[in-house]
Design a protein around this ligand. Structure first.
Ligand code: HEC
Length: 461
């Protein structure tokens, strides 16, 4: 067995060991083909999937946005040879919903362009692997690039209205992970409505996450002091300057708002319908970048940035924070106990439209659930992350906006045992008392909800 197989073996136990070893043998030539046998004129029966008939497409739609065999995701899932080598292991990661990373559970409100393979796609993959992974013959269908199926409009097809690039930064060779806030040049000349962001990761092999913040008024004046000459400073989550929010959707008042977030694989699209985010004259922008390396090596400098597209009108919305304001989690608290849990409820969203959710916990997070009342006042899950992963927090849009819930409840669970601790430069830290905050030693239990006061218009203009 190769070291990789041994690792999987340790992860998934004996049956998998066997499968892994078994699978290393080249797949048996298969007798099945991708012939379509018409039973009646309306419902053809597909005898068996082949690589060319459907599997390649499924992987392209669901996996290849990350799996190009780069440092980010080490296997190239465009290659039949690679996929055959992984075989049952790959099927297992898909059926237990470990891949793609951090999938929301399917019990929540239906999502727009969900990342996870459908039940049908999972079945296709499993059957194909069980059938010996036949290649089949090339089909016309595989030449059409798969779409992500999103109903959000694409990024406008014109040059960006404002492109801002961070000052150059080199991650020190000995550093494995770094979170840094870059103060982007200039400030907004006038009140503006932003419609879409195109993310510009500089050194794509180490940029793992980007968050864009608008910093207003007094807070923006403090940025110069915090940032110093490099125009950047360490920050773990948030921008480390005040971000007070008034509890009003009518005329929200705040110092800092998140304008958007990116992780590798996230599609570049506009806000849903005709939604726009208002930005204020005089504001500055902070780009938070999360760098990740697999080894202690020196890397090329990074210059990441954003390209923003503005609009003269639209339905105004905000990423409204809903946070558990206070909690304490004792060192050693296990995730299956109430000591590792915190919750909050809010009526803030009454009569508004909720379009998307962006979850925020830190490295000791285990799971997160957002529940809301339906029209009859019954609470049901809106959004549920059964297995939190700090590195993969992303915006998830609902297929349909949720309207007018009277109350929502957010619940977070942490793992504060020794095994649940993050590593700082390769060394696992010891459990400590967890309270809300923005540093790696703190935790957060929060969601940002993309909310509008009125329904968005989906008419194309
Ligand atoms: C959002 C990016 C992303 C998507 C989408 C994604 N993966 Fe992954 N995958 C990763 C990363 C990152 C790793 C490496 C995990 C690590 O190093 O901990 C990985 C690891 C794997 C591995 C283990 C490789 C090994 O050598 O052990 C397999 C197999 C895999 N993914 C399959 C899939 C499949 C199948 C899909 C689609 C259904 C998929 N992934 C979708 C990011 C992604």
């Amino acid at each position: 067995m190769t070291p990789r197989q041994r690792r999987r073996c340790a992860l998934f136990g004996l049956p998998f060991c066997w499968l892994s070893a078994h699978c290393a043998v080249s797949p048996s030539p298969s007798l099945v083909s991708d012939v379509v046998v018409p039973i009646d004129n309306e419902r053809p029966l597909i005898v068996a999937a082949t690589w060319h008939s459907s599997i390649k497409q499924v992987l392209e739609r669901r996996c290849v946005r990350c799996h190009l065999g780069t440092q980010l995701a080490p296997v190239d899932l465009r290659s039949l040879e690679e996929v055959r080598r992984l075989g049952f292991y790959l099927a297992r990661l898909v059926t237990d919903r470990t891949m793609p990373p951090m999938l929301p559970s399917e019990t929540g409100h239906p999502l727009d362009a969900p990342w996870g393979p459908t039940a049908h796609e999972q079945q296709l993959l499993s059957d194909w692997i069980a059938n010996g992974m036949p290649e089949g013959s090339r089909s016309a269908m595989e030449e059409t690039p798969p779409t992500d199926g999103s109903s959000r409009p694409p990024i406008p097809n014109r040059p960006a209205d404002l492109e801002l690039v961070a000052p150059e930064w080199t991650v020190p060779p000995e550093t494995l992970e770094e979170h840094r806030c870059f103060v982007l040049p200039g400030s907004l000349a006038q009140n503006t409505l932003v419609r879409a962001i195109r993310w510009l990761p500089g050194n794509a092999s180490i940029v793992h996450r980007m968050n864009l913040f608008e910093v207003r008024g007094r807070a923006s004046q403090r940025l110069e002091t915090v940032a110093g000459e490099t125009m950047s400073y360490p920050c773990f989550s948030g921008v480390a300057v005040d971000r007070a929010w008034s509890d009003s959707l009518e005329s929200p008042d705040f110092d800092v708002q998140q304008v958007g977030a990116w992780t590798p694989g996230a599609p570049s699209r506009s806000l849903p319908g005709d939604a726009v985010i208002p930005l204020r004259a005089g504001s500055r922008f902070v780009l938070q970048v999360h760098y990740r390396k697999h080894r202690r090596v020196s890397t090329q400098p990074d210059r990441s940035g954003v390209a923003m597209f503005f609009e003269s009108r639209g339905t105004e919305g905000y990423w409204l924070p809903l946070a558990v304001p206070t909690f304490t989690v004792m060192p050693g608290a296990r995730p299956d106990t109430s000591a590792a849990r915190a919750s909050t409820s809010s009526n803030l969203l009454a009569a508004s439209y909720v379009h998307a959710v962006y979850p925020v916990m830190h490295a000791r997070g285990r799971s997160l659930v957002l529940r809301g009342d339906d029209a009859s006042g019954r609470s049901r899950p809106w959004f549920e992350l059964p297995l939190w992963s700090f590195n993969w927090a992303r915006e998830e849009y609902f297929a349909q906006a949720i309207h007018g819930p009277s109350s929502v409840t957010l619940t977070c669970v942490w793992d504060n045992t020794p095994a649940g601790q993050p590593s700082v430069d390769g060394v696992q830290v010891a459990p400590r008392l967890l309270t809300p905050g923005e540093t790696i030693d703190d935790e957060r239990c929060e969601v940002l909800l993309f909310v509008t006061r009125t329904p968005i218009s989906t008419r194309t203009r």
